[in-house]
Design a protein around this ligand. Structure first.
Ligand code: C2E
Ligand code: MG
Ligand code: MG
Ligand code: MG
Length: 276
């Protein structure tokens, strides 16, 4: 009967939910030890100059080698890290590891080679973030010019005076600021002129199929004009085909990342492919 079926469905949903919640709880519990157990690793994805294909920097992307589940990408655990507050400790580990890598990347580099790090809102809103980063630069020997901090539009709409203060402090250390996933954030654009932002990273959703979708061309054209007029560098995220890359170059996009140029890889594997 329908009633019977409905009841079964409910049970099924209930079991699903229980499974989901307990999976999240146990991930949260094991995430607590991920730092000390050395289960975290940074992968690095190249960022290239479109005009000549030169790799000018990398983005650090977090991976968690879970003892049972194997390698987990951030969509599985960053929200848990944020909810539990573990993101602060994990974020510090990320910054320290990325800065150490930046020193190695720059050992034989002729121009400053940037390592970009993703910062979550929660981490950014700690009042001592700039001081923490300054200390990490000092202990690792990393120069501010080698570090880029990626933040999202959602942070800009927080009506919090701390945001501007921290951005200015990072800037004065020589660190550049990038807006990640640009175009996805439903926010007003006035923050672009109010905050010191150096780089606009256009979200992958606008780049995907840009070679065949006139609507995307229109939007990306506007994003590039906007960023360029504000003296920002433009990065296209998620470039997967030669044809997409060609379209972006024609539109005047300077920099790009994506599987076409390189997937995120461990430090050693990437280093071996670079001519630094
Ligand atoms: P994101 O910063 O926008 O990073 C780009 C994501 O797109 C990465 O996913 C990358 O692997 C993926 N990607 C790059 N090129 C391509 C492509 O050509 N095609 C496709 N389909 N995907 C591509 P990933 O590594 O899973 O990271 C997801 C998100 O997790 C990141 O998005 C970032 O917001 C967050 N994240 C990563 N590492 C950290 C971290 O250390 N701290 C914090 N707070 N968040 C992080
Ligand atoms: Mg990013
Ligand atoms: Mg992004
Ligand atoms: Mg993203």
């Amino acid at each position: 009967s329908a009633k019977h079926k409905g009841r079964n469905n409910f049970q099924c949903y209930d079991q699903e939910l229980t499974r989901h919640v307990s999976a999240k709880l146990s991930l949260g519990a094991s995430l607590r030890y991920a730092c000390v157990n050395h289960e975290l690793q940074l992968y690095y994805q190249p960022k290239v100059q479109l005009k000549d294909g030169r790799v000018v920097g990398v983005e650090a992307l977090l991976r968690w080698w879970h003892p049972v589940l194997g390698m987990l990408t951030p969509d599985r655990f960053i929200s848990i890290a944020e909810e539990t507050g573990l993101i602060v400790e994990i974020g510090e580990w990320v910054l320290k590891t990325a800065c150490q890598a930046a020193v190695d990347f720059n050992r034989n580099a002729t121009a400053p080679f940037k390592v970009a790090v993703n910062l979550s809102c929660r981490q950014f809103l700690q009042n001592d973030l700039a001081a923490t980063i300054e200390a990490i630069l000092k202990t690792t020997g990393c120069r501010g010019e080698w570090l880029e901090c990626e933040i999202t539009e959602s942070l800009m709409i927080e009506d919090n005076p701390q945001v501007a203060k921290t951005l200015e402090a990072l800037r004065s250390l020589g660190i550049t600021i990038a807006i990640d996933d640009f175009g996805t954030g439903y926010s007003a654009l006035n923050y672009l002129s109010r905050f010191p932002i150096d780089v606009l990273k256009i979200d992958r959703s606008f780049i995907n199929h840009i070679d065949t979708d006139p609507c995307k061309v229109g939007l990306v054209k506007v994003f590039i004009a906007l960023g360029t007029n504000l003296e920002m560098q433009i990065v296209a995220e998620g470039v997967e085909t030669v044809s997409e890359s060609a379209s972006l170059q024609k539109l005047g996009c300077g920099l790009a990342q994506g599987y076409l140029f390189g997937k995120p890889q461990p430090f050693k594997a990437l280093m071996a492919t670079l001519s630094l």
